[in-house]
Structure formats: C-alpha cells, structure tokens
Design a binder for this molecule. Sequence first.
Ligand code: ADP
Ligand code: MG
Length: 287
Amino acid sequence: MTSPAVDRTRTGLPAFAARSSASPAAGHATSAQDRAIAEPLLDVSSVTLRYKTPGLVITATERVSFSVNTSDRFVLLGPSGCGKSTLLKAVGGYIKPSEGAITIKGRTVTEPGPDRMMVFQEFDQLLPWKTVLGNVMFPLVDARRLPRKEAEERARHYIEKVNLTRALDSYPHTLSGGMKQRVAIARGMAMEPDILLMDEPFAALDALTRRTCQDELIQLWEETRFTVLFVTHSIGEAIKIGNRILLLSPHPGRVRAEVVDVDTASTADGSAGRLEREIHDLLFADA
Ligand code: ADP
Ligand code: MG
C-alpha cells in the first residue's frame, strides 16, 4: 500500500508539516512532469468565481487550479462557504469564471452539457410524477435522444447497479432519502458522462445510510471506473471517497494543498486517522 502524499507545489504555501513523521511521504506527489504526460480530462486553471449582487461583489473562489484525470475520484474539501458548490456549478457550465478557464477534454466549458452530470444534496432532485425508471430514462430520451427501448434497457442496467430494481415502478415520495440519492446517482451514471459532479450527495442522510451509500459508490467505481468530482465538507468522507483530495481555505476558497494517492484501504488501518489529523491541521492552519 502506498501512503498518501501532500503536494504543495502549486499552493505557494511553505512546506510546513509537509510529509511529517505523522504521515510518511510516498514520493507520489504529482510532479509537473507527470502532469505534462497525462493530458487531464478536466482542467481548472486559476479560476476566480464571483457573484455580483446589487451593490456587492462576493468572491467565492480565488485562482483555484486543479486537474482531474480519467477515473479519478477527485474530492473538493473545505469548510462551508468556501465555494465548493460554486466551483462545481462552474465546471457544470452554470457559472462563468471572472478569471481563468475550465476545459474538459481540451474544450472550454461555456454551458451545461450531458458530458457533465450533477448529483445534488437535496432529496427533491427527482421528478415527483415519474417512477424510478421514468426518472432515470428521462434525460436519456430528452437529452441523449436515445430510442425509448434503448433508454429503458440502459436505465434498468444502472438501476440494477444501485440495487433498486425492486423499486423500479415506485414514485419518489415512497422512497427513503438514501434510495432517492441512489436514483439520482443511477440517473447521472446512465448518461455515461465524461465526469459525474456530486455536491455533498450524502450530507443529508443519517450516519448509517450515509456509510452504506459511500461503500456502494466505491463498489460502483470498482465496477465501472467512472470519473467523479465529489464535494464534501467532511474530512472522513473525503478520505473514504477520494483518491485525490484538494483542500480549500475558508471564504474565499483558495487551494491549500492537494493530497494524492489516498488509498481507501487505509481506512482499515491507523493511517486514515493520521491523515485525517494532518488534513485537519492543513485546513485550519490559521485558525
Ligand atoms: P460551499 O458550497 O463551499 O458551502 P458556496 O459555493 O455555496 O460554498 O458559496 C461560496 C460563497 O458564495 C459563500 O460566501 C456564499 O454566501 C456565496 N454565494 C453562494 N451562492 C450565491 C449567490 N447565488 N449569490 C450570492 N452569493 C452566493
Ligand atoms: Mg455547498
């Protein structure tokens, strides 16, 4: 097993606590050379995002850079209000950067598209008048323009993957929160996007269901190796979900550090606890 390494090469921070004895370095920090070899799937380069309200400009994130490779489970981690959702919406094409650029497969993101599907925290993201099958089929028919038969086959396949075949004909109001989130994940995955964008999808679930959903997401990833950009404010969840974690400072969000080579297996031994403490210290360095 490799240990995670913290890369501060792009953060401009002094290398305090870097690779301390508490977290031995693996020497796997992404070097400029490595990054030049693999063209990233998603590139976020020096992105500043602002909200302009009457009489007030709010800077949500400042010059944030990161890149996501195919099959990464890339996590954006930071306290509430640091601009995680804003960043995800910008990648989704819903907000334009004031500064910097976002490219996917080398093309600049200018608008939303079916190559980037979003899963939100809220349980009400499903269409209440459609069944589970209807909800998953809807974007396949509407946005992907698949013939109904093909759409249904594909929808059934992904509903099976999230273990909801028994609820195929159920309406959202009859489902638990965890089941609704599984439907939203199946709907996103069925579109087979280049990247799945998940904004704290399990944050509103009870602790046990949340853990099950995290395990299932990892299981699903093992099977399909989809690329996911996952937002959370929970250090534990970040370590569990991510293979790479970008740490953001409080408002406005700036990159603090990137943790690479996070191994899900590390949750089994003591290294997850050590990593959790190191990440905590990095996030709250000035507090
Ligand atoms: P996070 O998801 O990390 O909790 P957000 O991206 O939601 O953070 O918000 C980042 C900052 O931008 C916060 O200060 C928030 O108040 C502000 N903000 C978010 N949405 C809007 C909006 N629609 N109009 C004005 N300010 C907003
Ligand atoms: Mg948010």
